[in-house]
Design a binder for this molecule. Sequence first.
Ligand SMILES: [Zn+2]
Length: 255
Amino acid sequence: MKACGDPGHGGYDPGAIGPTGIHEADVNLAVTLKIGKILQANDVMMSYTRESNDVPWPSNLNADLAQRCKIANDSGADIFFSIHCNSVNSTAKGSEIYTTPGTTQADRLATAINKRMKEAFPNVMYREDWSDSDPDKEANFYVIKNTRMPAVLIELLFISNPAEEAMLISGEYQDKVALAIAKGIGDYLGINIIGSAMHLLVQPVDPQRPKICVGGVIFDGIIVDGSTYAPVRAMAETLGRKVTWDEKTKTVVII
Ligand SMILES: [Zn+2]
């Protein structure tokens, strides 16, 4: 399996600029590379439209966008994802995923990523459009219209909102959102994405929200009265056990 990551903007184009001067292009690059590292660690081959702030296209928006699509199409990737941050004003907030209009495989990819992002960040606002029975918004953005594989464009958060700008530049947010997006891509590709041990280490730990690592898969637990509680079905299934629920006796049975 192959994926192509597109960090929006870069080089001559900083993208949107946050209230403290953070460039969208830098956030997009950091998150895209983190997603790529996780996918690569799970045997997904990666290509990128850019891997630094030195862009391989001239300082011209048309050439820029056309070159990104050419890189993606030439790479033979199975999926394409473009990472951006939104910007309107200091109060707008939330996360969006775009596909091109109509029903395509990209809708399934977007839905899988949306689900994983909501699991990872239940308190973020998701700006969804359910008019066609799925959560993605639809627009003919150049890079998703002119790439040949299923393609999504993700607006992580609003860099123009001071609270969301602070999230966007934190390593903890970047690591967690990268893992969520990688897992969504894995769900679409039929690959169970495992977060690396390195990923665990760089993430600051909330003492009430311990991480539980089961065979390389990371689960979120919670501490109640000194005991760690964890999602039993997901953990037991990761260990290859079968889990059933007896409704009458309200009992979880692990076989
Ligand atoms: Zn952008």
